[in-house]
Design a binder for this molecule. Sequence first.
Ligand SMILES: [Zn+2]
Length: 327
Amino acid sequence: IFHHSELFASIPPTCLPIVYHPNYNITFMGLEKLHPFDSGKWGKVIHFLKEEQFVSDENLVEAREASDEDLLVVHTKRYLNRLKVGIYCCFFCSTLKPPVFFHQLLVYFMPSLRCLEALPESGSVSSGGGFHHCSSDKGGGFCAYADITLAIRFLFDRVEGVSTATIIDLDAHQGNGHERDFLDDRRVFIMDVYNHNIYPGDGFAKRAIKRKVELEWGTEDSEYLQKVELHCEGALNELRPDVIVYNAGTDILDGDPLGGLSISPQGIIRRDELVFRAARRRGIPILMVTSGGYQKKTARIIADSILNLHLQGLIGADGSGSGPSAE
Ligand SMILES: [Zn+2]
């Protein structure tokens, strides 16, 4: 009854559950140079991971492009048509962007679903994705496709045994896109930890949050990590989901011009480990998407965090045979 989709091709067992495509990186006629942020962070993350000889072109999972039919699982035809003809004002730099700019960003998120399907009790990472301000009929804040919603809908429809999901959204901004999409959906439990003084301040969407943690300007590591751990454990004890989508925005980093929080690089690495551990302890597959955070040093921190997750045995099926050393 479901349309044919390329997004569920199987993953060779030699691959790490890390998804990437070179097209992630936004280079758009030099316009990216006008951005006050690092638009090539995804490529840099992978570059660092290659330098550390953790990944290679052979063991990365290559992202696939979502087709219109895939996108229609969430979005309306009208919305997609508008995307195709319109130009958009970039949230970050206020320059106008043609639709292809956004299209590149999303379509490669979806294959990470393949990781979730192929590796029960696994942790997987999509080096892009996490466009949490977009809902089915409305883009916003740099997000044109509702990739988190799409991922969860796909899983519900197509993967046996997946009927509940928890979104753990730890980007500095409120994730109002998926919140609007799952407002009245009891299958989805949303936990959101964000700076409540910044964009988007979407009061309507807040009603969808089952664990809401609002942070003040300049929140630091100790308070932040304590809250993340407490509420992560609490959320997963309240509902044990079949999958977790973890929106791991790094715009919580100290000095981020948009996030307004003061978390250290070590704090981010520790945070990601806390979340993955909570999932692993319960045997719940978790998919991390990298979402916002575009300072020059961000890519290095994300790479270090992925390496740490690997070192701790938290990426892959059981952490023992999933690395390149398995051969
Ligand atoms: Zn953000």
